[in-house]
Design a protein around this ligand. Structure first.
Ligand SMILES: Nc1ncnc2c1ncn2[C@@H]1O[C@H](COP(=O)(O)OP(=O)(O)O)[C@@H](O)[C@H]1O
Ligand SMILES: O=P([O-])([O-])O[C@@H]1[C@@H](O)[C@H](O)[C@@H](O)[C@H](O)[C@@H]1O
Length: 384
């Protein structure tokens, strides 16, 4: 926990700031039985993309097979006897309406689980248990709790089960999993509104902070004795994949930099909204990132006079929260921070862009359409 005495004995310099634990995967976005896009996926890739973008130091533990096909910033553990985890996301099979399901996910192959022995011995300030394909074991989460000051968990790492015939992702009640008894020892549990119905929020909020994301509505934070809705940012949605992951990346990046929980959740909402505007793993404009970092810095300066322990989360809405929302919104909407996505072709493949590298471009989706919700079209330059 953030307040643990073991944590207090370490100076921040001795610790990795953020430890991300979850497998990279190959994502295939499908519509009407046609492949619309292929991309690097997995919560770990979306989260490290945001955390790196915000210049927060992190480390990542992930497993893949020898078939893993994307260049990444953090070398994964390669398991020769296993294949990389693959998900197919079917957008036309989704059931809209009350249950807010925007896609049906099928796990087509699964890499090995991440075991406690795969984790670094060194302490980390924030640990993120962000599996997508069942790779986080109860003992792995327990080890993270022992070696990290504060552990953030995406509920999808805990409640997913996979149909034994076709791999369709189904959710089970959190209370029926082996992870349930560990909840009092984690800091934050993040769930989408679709996943939140698989837990008793009123019970879980007694033990840890619960953040429920709700697509274009933003998110809501619940803690022991309070709750707060956090407003969204406008977005032109093309693909919802990774929004929740990027939210969690932005949220943790904000907390690591000393923001209060409501302000950090705004940063989460911002990165969620930026992510849905691109297909697959997003590429953030470096000028936009700089503006966001400047706004975060300015926000931190406003609270320099406040005495707050580095190891305590501040839940109450700080003064100037609405202004911070407006500043981030202005940063997002200022031209030329528009969509960077381009169609994938052999001529802009990794090798040929070596002379003029575009950060993260090599891990971008192979774009076969301009939106996973629409009919395929030929070109995908800029916003529609
Ligand atoms: N259409 C959208 N417009 C604006 N923000 C969005 C949109 N979709 C998602 N977001 C942002 O991303 C966050 C996570 O999205 P959500 O769809 O709830 O998660 P998940 O990807 O896990 O289903 C939301 O809380 C919100 O801040
Ligand atoms: O869209 P989201 O729920 O934030 O997260 C997604 C996972 O649900 C999915 O299993 C994975 O294949 C994607 O790459 C992404 O990580």
């Amino acid at each position: 926990m953030v307040t643990s005495t073991a944590a207090a004995h370490k100076t921040p310099q001795q610790q990795t700031r953020v430890l991300i634990v979850g497998n990279y995967c190959h994502d295939v976005l499908m519509q009407k039985d046609t492949v619309k896009a292929e991309s690097l996926g997995g919560a770990a890739s979306f989260i490290s993309n945001v955390v790196n973008g915000m210049s927060v130091s992190c480390n990542l533990v992930s497993k893949v097979g020898e078939d893993f096909k994307y260049p990444v910033d953090f070398t994964p553990i390669v398991i020769p006897t296993s294949k990389t985890t693959v998900f197919h996301a079917y957008f036309d099979l989704a059931i809209h309406g009350n249950c807010h399901q925007d896609r049906v996910l099928k796990r087509v192959s699964a890499c090995d689980p991440i075991r406690p022995s795969d984790l670094p011995d060194a302490r980390s300030k924030f640990g993120m248990a962000v599996g997508v394909g069942g790779e986080i074991l109860p003992e792995t989460l327990e080890r993270m709790i022992e070696t990290c000051d504060a552990v953030f968990v995406d509920i999808q790492a805990l409640i997913r089960v996979f149909d034994c015939v076709d791999g369709t992702v189904k959710l089970v009640k959190l209370g029926e999993t082996e992870f349930y008894s560990l909840l009092p020892r984690i800091e934050v549990l993040k769930a989408s509104s679709e996943e939140a119905v698989f837990m008793d929020v009123e019970e879980v909020r007694k033990w840890c902070c619960v953040v429920v994301t709700n697509g274009k509505e933003g998110c809501k934070v619940y803690w022991k004795d309070g709750e707060l809705g956090i407003p969204p940012f406008l977005a032109n949605q093309k693909d919802p994949t990774g929004a929740g992951d990027s939210f969690l990346g932005g949220f943790v990046a904000g907390l690591v930099q000393g923001l209060a929980v409501p302000d950090a959740a705004l940063l989460g909402n911002l990165f969620g909204s930026l992510t849905v505007e691109q297909i697959g793993l997003p590429k953030f404009d470096s000028r936009l990132l700089q503006r966001v970092k400047d706004e975060v810095q300015r926000r931190k300066m406003q609270f320099l006079h406040c005495e707050r322990s580095e190891y305590e989360l501040e839940f109450l809405k700080p003064d100037g929260h609405e202004q911070f929302h407006a500043s981030l919104g202005a940063a997002k909407s200022t031209p030329p921070f528009s969509i960077q996505a381009r169609p994938w072709t052999p001529s802009n493949s990794p090798k040929e862009t070596e002379q003029t590298p575009i950060p993260h471009y090599t891990a971008q989706a192979k774009l076969l359409a301009n939106s996973v919700y629409e009919e395929p079209i030929q070109t995908v330059e800029g916003k529609p």
